[in-house]
Ligand binder design. Structure first.
Ligand code: PHE
Length: 407
């Protein structure tokens, strides 16, 4: 039986029907890779912070942006969703996608969760950097904990229109379009256009600062907390890679935090993505490695030094499949439940889990899933015998905890 409380970062929380933080995930809270000296995520973070420090200075040549890189990853549902106008029924709130501590608290799913509180504190230009938690598939580019850098910049009417002739706000139903995307009715088109220009040139500058002379493109998108919204993609290794999401902040977020005279832009970017490209790191699990063979490669004097990661060694993969019938009420089963279970037992010895077959029996109407689990340790060769023990434990635990029937 589970104890009724869960202890995280020195506080105790009451478990309820929403609790789904696993011990393995809990053990990663507080590692703060982005704060670890000479860690690749720390190098990337510093490069981005430096870019903002030098790009935006006040009249006394001091940086305008404040940096918050030590905010607690435990946030309320209000912070993570409500304060950002994310609708009650939005898929990103699902239990199957988030690590809930209970119905009231969760491990933040994005750094944007802190936007409102910092606005309320009176800040105008700030960066928020930290670890975020999402239940997801398992492969070389996904890990349930990763790191994001978010930014907010607010501008007043004086900032945008120094000659005092134009306005930030209007009370019309002016349906002006920017590309395919409507502006918010409360904003003047000129103000939005100026904000869009500053946002895009700032982020293009950032992409060039990080990657040098890359090709990039803007893609229209949607977020509940910005409008209009865009994604910036860069062309990397024969493919378009989504680097960040951004947009003009929903005005209601500002007014709910007591800001009535400013308009803002915001963006959020994943640090692992950037570091994997920049240093050619092939597998996202490596960021969590304590092996000096990995970490020593990032001991540099300057964060701008050119580093190319050299693989410590490539140990062989070991592949085992598992097939089972889902519980009779297959609504109860989510693929992420199985992924979390595999992670809890296999840990970082699991490189990938793929759903390779999914069918419904014509007579019994039962659903069958077959998953391929690819085992590979980062620092040693796994024997088939070791893998068999793990694999058997995974199937036995899945039988007990998920109510599935092994085939
Ligand atoms: N929070 C968004 C994400 O995690 C990124 C984002 C931040 C988009 C701020 C717009 C503005 O994908």
């Amino acid at each position: 039986v589970l104890p009724n409380n869960i202890n995280l970062l020195g506080s105790s929380y009451t478990r309820d029907d929403y609790t789904n933080v696993t011990d393995r995930i809990a053990a990663l809270i507080g590692r703060n890779l982005h704060l670890q000296k000479c860690h690749p995520l720390n190098l990337v973070q510093q490069r981005i912070v430096n870019y903002f420090y030098k790009t935006f200075v006040n009249s006394r040549q001091n940086p305008q942006f404040s940096v918050f890189n030590n905010l607690s990853p435990i946030v309320s549902v209000t912070q993570n969703f409500d304060s950002l106008l994310i609708p009650e029924n939005h898929p990103s709130r699902a239990k199957s996608d988030c690590y809930y501590i209970n119905r009231e608290y969760l491990l933040r799913a994005h750094m944007t969760a802190h936007q409102s509180e910092l606005l309320l504190a009176g800040l105008n230009d700030f960066l928020m950097i930290g670890d975020v938690y999402r239940r997801d598939e398992i492969d070389r580019t996904h890990y349930p904990v990763f790191h994001q850098l978010d930014a907010v910049r607010l501008r007043t009417r004086d900032n945008l229109f120094p000659d005092g002739k134009l306005e930030l706000f209007e009370s019309g139903n002016n349906t002006s379009y920017i590309g395919a995307q409507e502006k918010q009715p409360c904003h003047t088109l000129t103000a939005v256009k100026l904000m869009e220009q500053e946002l895009k040139s700032t982020l293009e500058g950032l992409a060039i600062c990080l990657f040098g002379n890359v090709q990039f493109r803007w893609v229209d998108t949607q977020f509940p907390f910005t409008q209009p919204s865009w994604e910036l993609e860069v062309f990397y290794k024969d493919d378009w890679l989504e680097l960040l999401g951004c947009g003009i902040m929903k005005q209601a977020i500002l007014t709910n935090s007591g800001v009535t005279d400013r308009i803002g832009w915001a963006f959020g970017l994943g640090l692992e993505r950037v570091a994997m490209c920049l240093y050619q790191i092939p597998d996202i699990r490596l960021f969590w490695s304590k092996d000096s063979g990995f970490l020593s490669q990032f001991k540099v004097f300057s964060v701008d030094e050119n580093i190319k990661y050299k693989e410590i060694s490539q140990f062989p993969q070991c592949t085992n499949d598992i097939s089972f019938w889902l519980p009779n009420n297959d609504q109860e089963f989510s693929n992420n439940d199985f992924y979390d279970l595999v992670r809890s037992i296999g840990g970082d010895m699991v490189e990938q889990v793929q759903l390779i077959d999914n069918f419904i029996h014509p007579k019994t109407k039962k659903t069958s899933h077959c998953y391929r689990i690819i085992y590979r340790h980062m620092h040693k060769t796994l024997t088939q015998a070791e893998v068999n023990v793990l694999h058997a434990k995974i199937s036995e635990t899945a039988r007990q905890k998920l109510g599935i029937l092994i085939r």
